[in-house]
Design a protein around this ligand. Structure first.
Ligand SMILES: [Zn+2]
Ligand SMILES: [Zn+2]
Length: 382
């Protein structure tokens, strides 16, 4: 593969600006990187943070978003550790990690999602070694941040860090499996890696978007005794039921409050496990309030930084509650993505029921469909 290479990517130039298809130049491939022709990318809410400029000062615009890529290898850097990777191989892309801290190199259980450098490496959009970028805008030669989560998948071709790469069994699976790298593993991992509910237990999931539905599918795969989905959009709750929720609650319609409704549904006891995917502080408080004695709550959605969350001290301590913050489902992608694929093959992770593929030219429609609940997980096709 001859570099420099001219291609196109969806570039955000200013905070709040559109994702604009823009000519870019890929200048070089380093020894620990892989050049990937992107075929599909999931659309995830963190892409909107980038678009809104909410990731500054870590990330500087212009930048290329996208962090659920799926594509085909064009070239492999000389020092890439997996010597079996070759041009033509279909791959799924996940977040990156430093590969050298205690968590990344843990003897028995390495875990990239716990990497000490997770935030700067994934949110800066630049190369780890020197903060540079492999790509520039074709029009001006100005650098464009092109390694968001190590791989910036809103591009026709991208230079990705080797630790992002997970093999995809078949090229035909690329569209369906693209969101494995963030949204699906965030939801499913929170259930299967962190909370680990048993068959006799109860679970509530706040927010039935793609992360929430992945959590619901994972809990239903156990299967747990009772699985409650909460959202404000009826369309999403219908899908939640289809993928395994035993009860659904439209929180905008709960006159007596959603906590009371959850208590009613569970015979007054509350739930053993609760997951919040919304990042709305008031919902986080509801999540803590609806726990049963010795229950555990996991925050997956991230509330605004300046927010304060109120926890009733008496209920929390005498109720022996636990509250965890979970990123990326505490997943190690090289291990967990194949595990989700296996669950899917067994019919226990029916992701085909929640995703829809849009041509890249219809990204705006895809985003609007995700926001109003018409589509749970939008995937763009290049
Ligand atoms: Zn690390
Ligand atoms: Zn994401």
């Amino acid at each position: 593969m001859q570099l420099p290479l001219e291609t196109e990517a969806l570039v955000v130039n200013t905070p709040g600006g559109d994702f604009e298809m823009t000519p870019i130049v890929i200048n070089d491939l380093r020894p620990d990187e892989v050049l990937v022709e992107m075929k599909y990318s999931g659309v995830c809410h963190t892409d909107f943070w980038l678009q809104q400029g909410a990731l500054t000062p870590l990330l500087t615009l212009p930048a290329i978003a996208g962090h659920e890529g799926a594509g085909v290898i064009l070239a492999v850097g000389a020092d890439v550790q997996d010597k079996t990777l070759a041009p033509g191989d279909p791959v799924l892309l996940s977040f990156t990690a430093c590969g050298s801290c205690a968590e990344c190199t843990h003897d028995s259980e390495p875990n990239f999602s716990r990497c000490a450098a997770f935030a700067p490496l994934n949110l800066s959009g630049s190369r780890r070694a020197d903060g540079s970028s492999p790509a520039t805008l074709a029009s001006s030669g100005r650098p464009v941040a092109a390694q968001f989560f190590g791989h910036s998948s809103f591009a026709r071709v991208s230079v990705v860090h080797e630790l992002c790469v997970v093999r995809c069994p078949k090229k035909e699976d690329l569209a369906l499996y693209a969101p494995m790298g963030c949204g699906y593993q965030t939801g499913a991992g929170t259930v299967l890696n962190v909370l680990k509910p048993g068959p006799g237990q109860t679970v509530v999931v706040f927010g039935a978007g793609s992360v929430g539905c992945a959590a619901i599918m994972a809990a239903a795969s156990v299967p747990v005794k009772q699985l409650i989905a909460v959202d404000v959009l009826g369309k999403k709750l219908e899908v939640a039921r289809e993928v395994g929720a035993t009860d659904v609650l439209d929180s905008s319609q709960c006159a007596g409050g959603v906590v009371e409704e959850i208590k009613k549904l569970t015979g007054g006891r509350g739930v053993d496990f609760a997951i919040d995917t919304t990042g709305v502080s008031a919902v986080v408080e509801q999540m803590l309030d609806c726990l049963a004695y010795a229950g555990t709550a996991a925050s997956v959605g991230v509330p605004p930084r300046e927010d304060k969350i109120t926890v009733g001290s008496g209920a929390f301590f005498s109720g022996k509650k636990t509250w965890l913050a979970v990123a990326e489902g505490d997943s190690h992608p090289p291990e967990f993505i194949p595990r989700m694929i296996e669950l899917h093959k067994q019919g226990k992770f029916p992701i085909e029921k929640i995703s829809k593929v849009y041509p890249v030219a219809e990204l705006k429609q895809a985003i609007s469909d995700m926001k109003d609940g018409t589509t749970i997980k939008a995937i763009i096709e290049f």
